[in-house]
Design a protein around this ligand. Structure first.
Ligand SMILES: [Zn+2]
Length: 250
């Protein structure tokens, strides 16, 4: 479109101008009914992108397809998954499983049933619902106990049932830089431990008690974070670490 509007020197653009446009204005031109499907489609796309060309001034500068893509997507909330997941505070094994969860790549029983490799799609932890990612991580009563305990420990009220909303909520609530890193590391630990609690049921036919899981999440978060204590840490940060390491499930 940009090339047609600028009458760029290419054989195809010259052909379009001589066969279709014939000195008419590209932005007001309407294709004839007898025109080819592809040409009509191009004119339709022109109409869809007209506002973008006017608002963003794409005609006055060198054109980039990426800018059109961003414009079509609109203003989405910024979700910095890479920075939130892959950082020094997060254990690599926790980050890996959380990364799969974020991209909905965990092979839950709902997915396995779709692939035809599993006949029973019920949740291995509670047995009362279909085991989808959102159920396993947010709706399952087993998960809520762990998630609520960890959130309470960090001073957050957890009421979200969606992976993106939960991460954004925790990040907003934890305004202090170190506390935020510790909190998000604990959240990735929750995702990892829930996934392996579910695998444990599959192989051992026994459900790990939520309190044991909670203790494991706290211990692994503490073991990771304790290596990163620096001179920039304040009393507040040390208190948080102490709270995580000395907490007792109740
Ligand atoms: Zn469940």
């Amino acid at each position: 479109m940009w090339r047609i509007a600028h009458k760029k020197e290419s054989l195809w653009v010259k052909w379009v101008h001589s066969v279709y446009l014939k000195h008419q204005d590209w932005w007001t031109y309407q294709p004839k009914k007898s025109a080819g499907w592809a040409w009509k489609k191009l004119c339709k796309i022109r109409d869809d992108l007209r506002l973008g060309f006017e608002e963003k001034g794409w005609l006055q500068q060198s054109y980039k397809i990426s800018e059109t893509y961003k414009w079509l997507q609109g203003d989405l909330p910024k979700v910095e998954w890479a920075a939130w997941i892959w950082n020094r505070y997060t254990s690599p094994k926790h980050a890996f499983i959380s990364w799969l969860a974020i991209h909905n790549r965990l092979k839950t029983r709902a997915k396995l049933e779709k692939f035809g490799v599993c006949e029973d799609s019920s949740c291995l932890l509670c047995g009362t619902a279909i085991e989808s990612r959102d159920h396993l991580l947010f709706y399952c009563t087993y998960n809520r106990k762990c998630m609520t305990k960890i959130a309470r420990l960090l001073g957050i009220t957890e009421a979200h049932y969606n992976i993106e909303a939960t991460w954004i909520h925790w990040r907003r609530k934890l305004t202090d830089h170190v506390q935020r890193k510790v909190g998000l590391a604990a959240l990735t630990s929750v995702v990892y431990h829930l996934w392996f609690a579910r695998i444990h049921v599959f192989w051992h036919k026994a459900v790990v008690h939520p309190n044991t899981l909670f203790k494991g999440i706290c211990t692994e978060t503490k073991d990771r974070v304790i290596q990163l204590i620096s001179c920039k840490w304040t009393r507040k940060h040390c208190k948080l670490l102490f709270r995580i390491s000395s907490t007792r499930p109740n």
